[in-house]
Write a protein of this length. Structure first.
Length: 230
């Protein structure tokens, strides 16, 4: 009788845990609550002293194979811009409207080595723009004679996060509130033998790009101060 009673209690607890997990399962996409995301129209083709180069010979690093891209990301954008002195910047943005565990982004320090590049260095820092500070990661990659410094950052919902732990905690907070966060990875790079010059040009490019966006779209890229809580 004691064994039967114990098994009955265990069954009740299992059913209760299953019901609680189902009740706490996030169902509301925050992507459906804000401005519609269309990367192609959201990012201007010309801004500041930068303009998109329609025909270019620069080969950009893709996040992963096309099948994987379509599985992880809702939209991707890849463009090459040049300034008045023909300095070229490569912009890649990947957006996913579902940033739960099964749909995680692929970071440049993984994508570049996967395509033959060596990772020379990686450091975190803060990028100062006229529209606020952005926590960024900078990596230096190399493939033969190609030296490609990279600046990137990621967003979860309406906040920029630096590091996997912060990102994971943000996803959990959204989930506990029944919300499915979206996310974005913004990557800027240039082929330049002088890394310091490359990062300076990339900072200028990012600042001018953000300044050319609408306020809602800019906040989607650089985070909304004080509004990062689900």
């Amino acid at each position: 009788m004691n064994l039967l009673f114990r098994n009955f209690i265990l069954l009740i607890l299992m059913l209760a845990a299953s019901g609680l997990a189902l009740a706490l399962r996030p169902t509301q996409k925050i992507a459906d609550q804000g401005p519609a995301i269309n990367l192609d129209t959201m990012i201007p083709h010309t801004f500041g002293n930068w303009s998109e180069e329609q025909q270019n010979s620069v080969q950009m690093v893709d996040p992963q194979q096309q099948e994987m891209i379509e599985k992880i990301y809702t939209q991707t954008l890849s463009r090459v811009y040049k300034d008045d002195h023909d300095y070229r910047i490569m912009l890649a943005i990947a957006y996913g409207d579902d940033q739960r565990d099964s749909m995680q982004m692929h970071y440049p320090e993984v994508c570049y080595p996967a395509q033959g590049f060596s990772l020379q260095s990686k450091q975190t820092g803060t990028l100062a723009t006229e529209n606020g500070l952005i926590p960024v990661t900078r990596i230096l990659t190399n493939l033969g004679q190609r030296n490609e410094p990279v600046t990137y950052w990621t967003t979860v919902g309406n906040r920029v996060f630096q590091g996997g732990l912060q990102k994971k905690l943000a996803e959990m907070r959204y989930g506990l509130n029944g919300k499915i966060p979206d996310g974005m990875l913004i990557r800027v790079s240039s082929i330049d033998a002088e890394a310091s010059r490359a990062y300076e040009m990339q900072a200028q490019f990012i600042d001018q790009m953000l300044g050319a966006l609408t306020s809602e779209h800019r906040q989607k890229l650089n985070g909304m101060p004080g509004s990062g809580h689900p």
